[in-house]
Design a protein around this ligand. Structure first.
Ligand code: ADP
Length: 431
């Protein structure tokens, strides 16, 4: 360990250097010249040490200092120590930055760090995908030059980051993004960007759902209230209008009952965790009962119902949910097929697994509706659906029940020819 420089050390060094010259000069004469020569030699030696130091600092790549002697040794070693400390700190800082960046990369959101004047300092990979930024090319670029949407430009210009900004993505208008910005380091801001498209869609769906339910319930309630108000007149209850009023009220009540029942079924299926699919479901027996119910529903329409059922084909699944799905498909076929026309239900072992098909020869569905049929309350013809007592929830129930069985509803339809609603369960559910 080298001691640091002190006045005492310097004084001793000078004394040791000059003492021999002093003695020689004193003994043999010529002292002033000897002292001058010694001082010049010392000056040259100091200059040489300075050059060595400068070469080490500016040219030499190695961390080790040149070997300094005398009073220069503590200086060389001191600088070496300082450099070592700085290198360690730099390494620690680099580690810290690496850890921060790794953390920011694993966030599910896009992150951008920018300076107060808007110059981008850094962004993670998700920001590059979501906002179209490029690193390191866009380093130092003004963020508003790269995200040019007017709302965003004024958001950055106002620098009022108390409220998050929600806007359509400048790269894909089908996506909605939410920007949250907060002060980060001194003079820097951290912006977190989330894709909230799905959240917005869910919010919209929830709003629509409540609006639809209220609307569906209001119509029959208005009709009921109208008739009830009429019954305030005692004449009405015994008059000729009463049987008709009674019939309409009963019909409206059944509509409300059926809507509430469908809503309960849907919410039960939606809320339920995916069932274990380990119960044996006797689909052939279920179809046997359904055939009788469909015949009763058809009533005077006298549809020609054909059930082609593989009576040995049972499956593993959830009894209630499969019954809901299949009965909705069969009832729909009866509701949308003209009297005396044919409806065929098939339950058989296909090459991919147990398959159910409900084929009708009804009015058919135009192609533009097919993708939306399983949305809640979606109906091709609202007035017609109400006439048949439909709530628009049947196929939503089918979709959910089937998704719990890892299956999807397939709809093939041709206007004026008929429709086939079908699904195939996985082979591993067959028993
Ligand atoms: P709804 O209770 O109105 O029948 P669904 O969700 O079961 O509601 O069906 C949605 C819409 O799909 C119906 O309103 C109807 O327009 C159409 N649809 C369903 N099944 C058939 C079918 N077999 N033939 C023709 N259209 C159908």
């Amino acid at each position: 360990m080298v001691e640091r420089l002190s006045w005492k050390k310097l004084a001793w060094e000078l004394a040791f250097f000059y003492l021999p010259w002093f003695i020689i000069g004193w003994l043999f004469g010529g002292l002033p010249w000897l002292l001058l020569g010694a001082t010049v030699a010392m000056l040259l030696w100091h200059l040489h040490q300075q050059i060595k130091l400068s070469d080490w600092l500016w040219k030499d790549k190695s961390l080790m200092p040149p070997s300094g002697t005398g009073s220069w040794e503590p200086l060389f070693n001191g600088i070496y120590r300082l450099q070592k400390r700085n290198r360690r700190r730099r390494k620690e800082l680099a580690n810290l930055i690496r850890r921060f960046r790794n953390g920011a990369e694993s966030l599910p959101d896009a992150v951008v760090v920018f300076e107060r004047d808007g110059a981008i300092v850094w962004c993670n990979k998700l920001a590059q995908e979501l906002l179209g930024l490029r690193m390191p090319d866009d380093n130092g670029q003004h963020i508003s030059n790269l995200i040019r949407a007017p709302e965003f430009v004024s958001y950055i210009a106002d620098a009022n980051y108390d409220v998050p900004l929600e806007m359509r993505s400048h790269l894909n208008s089908a996506r909605t993004l939410e920007f949250r910005t907060m002060p980060y380091a001194e003079g820097e801001y951290l912006m977190v960007v989330r894709d909230i498209t799905q959240l917005k869609q869910l919010e919209g769906m929830r709003r629509n759902f409540f609006a639809n339910v209220s609307h569906e319930l209001r119509t029959p309630m208005t009709v009921l209230r109208g008739y009830l108000e009429m019954t305030e007149d005692p004449e009405m209850v015994v008059g000729p209008m009463w049987p008709k009023a009674h019939g309409v009220m009963t019909e409206q009540l059944s509509r409300m009952e059926s809507l509430v029942e469908q809503l309960l079924t849907l919410s039960k299926i939606e809320a339920a965790a995916k069932p274990e699919l380990d119960h044996l479901v006797d689909v052939p027996a279920m179809l046997d009962v359904l055939q009788k119910e469909a015949q009763a529903l058809s009533g005077d329409s006298e549809h020609v119902l054909t059930f082609e059922v593989d009576t040995s084909l049972k499956v593993k699944g959830n009894d209630d949910q499969l019954r809901s799905a299949i009965s909705n498909l069969v009832y729909n076929a009866v509701k949308h097929t003209p009297p005396k026309a044919g409806i065929t239900v098939r339950w058989y072992r296909s090459s991919k697994g147990p398959r159910l098909e409900v084929q009708d020869s009804g009015e058919g569905i135009a192609p533009q509706h097919l993708d939306r049929l399983t949305e809640r309350f979606y109906r091709v013809d609202k007035a017609r659906s109400r006439e048949t007592g439909g709530s628009g929830l049947g196929l939503a129930i089918v979709k959910h029940a089937l998704s719990h069985h890892d299956a999807e509803l397939d709809i093939q339809s041709e206007l004026g020819v008929g429709s086939t609603f079908s699904f195939t369960l996985s082979e591993r559910l067959a028993c």
